[in-house]
Design a protein around this ligand. Structure first.
Ligand code: SF4
Length: 486
């Protein structure tokens, strides 16, 4: 039976997407890649894959459903991936099929070209993939998967350039949307970020070798030194001679995903020179300034609400307490839960610290509200435990628009904030008060002292603002209506 990994009790969160990792110039690179993927597991738990190369055995790959620790630790598997050059990918499907046939969608993808093979791993989502795919199929391409990322391989195959990095540049100039790509040839490790730099990608040094990772926490686990981020719109090509930098795209103002700061990235990672933990704590500080309330305790909804709750407590002077305890082993406890177990819902994952909560006015700090169903259940649990009042404080603005850049979001009709005012949401969830941080407050927390510049915002914040930095052309073709210009 396929292990149950998609966390149905977590289905009220936006789901990030994918993580990518690569290493060159280190013996048994695949082992380092597996460790890096393990550190990036929060970016995708459904499946993972590694491609490795060495001159004697050529390219080898392993692709599996499930966690890295269950698939890429046994010597039998890892011995099939020899070489000093390897890349890996962890996946939560945002494009492509899910289910029993989806192993064909597990990355990295591999293509054999006249000048040698190449493998790619992609984090993000291509917003014109459907149109490109139609065009490529009409011109004779035969797709092996349903993933948007495979378009890149086919576009590379059709390029007339003489080497693989140049073919990648050609291919990536045709795609739109968000992409942080890690790729490899027989001799080179390549990293590319889209012109807006929507998704993260960093460079590390390990001994005489190099590493590329979605986040710095992937470098930490292998003992690599963080060198710098791959810049928005930059391609780095790394081989035994060192690292070369190219800027193959027209320059545009960067629009990094602001939700990486709020929720997706690990709190021990560094983004844009800032500690993710510290940014989240600062969000709590801003939230307490914007939406104070008289109460006895500040409690996080674990784990992602924790740094913001600490910041809220520090700013407000209201004591911080662990009012809700999370069962860390949820994802591995159940194989296809029965209906009876499903009905227990959020209680399987979270439990209230009753002795602490009884009779108290409680501020609950959570990172986001998506459908609102989990917020409602948590409120019920807190009231059942005897809380006198429940106040929700949310560390992101209302999520009113879907993401098309590599995050799994419900359609707009299912987003609570797309259909209700803040007061209506408060009443529907059933709490004494509900407040979200403002977009300006969020920008202040990420270091933009003046808040959001509406004419030139520094981040992608489309899921809050409806201001999409790249038009989602496939979705528009399918009937998606953009926000009217104001
Ligand atoms: S729409 Fe939201 S989640 Fe998606 S890239 Fe933009 S800020 Fe990030």
């Amino acid at each position: 039976m396929r292990p149950f990994l998609s966390h149905p009790f977590d289905d009220d969160k936006l789901k990030e997407e994918c993580g990518v990792f690569g290493v060159i110039g280190v013996c048994d690179a695949a082992n380092f890649v597996a460790l890096g993927m393990h550190a990036l597991q929060h970016r995708g738990q459904e499946a993972g894959g590694i491609v490795a190369y060495d001159p004697e055995h050529g390219f080898n790959s392993a692709r599996r459903f499930g966690y890295v620790r269950d698939n890429f630790t046994d010597p039998a598997t890892m011995s099939t991936l020899p070489g000093a050059l390897a890349i890996g990918h962890v996946r939560y499907s945002t494009a492509g099929s899910k289910g029993a046939t989806a192993i064909r969608d597990v990355q990295p993808f591999f293509g054999e070209f006249a000048m040698g093979g190449a493998a790619i791993a992609h984090n993000g989502n291509l917003t014109n993939a459907a149109a490109l795919r139609r065009e490529l199929i009409e011109r004779g391409s035969i797709f092996q998967s349903s993933s948007d990322s495979e378009c890149i391989i086919h576009l590379m195959a059709r390029s007339i350039q003489k080497n693989i990095p140049e073919r990648m540049k050609d291919a990536l100039r045709r795609v739109e949307g968000a992409f942080s790509v890690v790729a490899m040839t027989r001799t080179k490790l390549i990293g590319v970020r889209d012109p807006l730099g929507v998704r993260p990608l960093v460079i590390g040094r390990i001994g005489e070798g190099w590493a590329l990772s979605s986040e710095t926490c992937g470098l930490d686990i292998i003992g690599a030194e963080f060198i710098r981020e791959v810049e928005p719109g930059e391609m780095v090509v790394i081989d035994e001679k060192g690292i070369e930098s190219f800027h193959p795209f027209d320059r545009r103002a960067a629009r990094f995903c602001i939700f990486e700061h709020v929720y997706f990235s690990r709190p021990d990672s560094i983004l844009g020179g800032r500690s993710v933990y510290e940014t989240r704590r600062q969000i709590g500080v801003e939230l307490a300034k914007e939406a104070p309330v008289d109460a006895d305790l500040v409690c996080p909804v674990p784990d992602s609400g924790t740094p913001a709750a600490i910041g809220f407590s520090q700013q407000s002077g209201i004591p911080y307490a662990m009012g809700i305890i999370r069962n860390q082993y949820m994802g591995r406890t159940f194989i296809e839960p029965t209906e009876q177990i499903r009905n227990m819902g959020v209680r399987l994952k979270l439990n209230v610290n009753r002795a602490l909560i009884k009779g108290k006015r409680v501020i609950l700090v959570d990172d986001s509200v998506v459908r609102g169903t989990t917020s409602r259940k948590i409120k019920d649990m807190i009231l059942d435990a005897g809380a006198a009042e429940v106040h929700f404080r949310i560390a992101s603005p209302p999520t009113a628009w879907p993401c098309f850049y590599g995050v799994d979001t419900p359609e707009r009709a299912k987003l609570l904030a797309a259909n209700m005012s803040e007061d209506e949401m408060r009443d529907w969830i059933g709490v004494d008060s509900l407040r979200f941080i403002s977009l300006d407050g969020l920008y202040r927390a990420v270091g933009e002292a003046a808040g959001r510049d509406p004419k030139a915002p520094r981040y992608c914040d489309a899921c809050f603002s409806g201001d999409y930095p790249v038009a989602p052309s496939d979705k528009i073709d399918q009937g998606f209506e953009m926000k009217a210009a104001q």
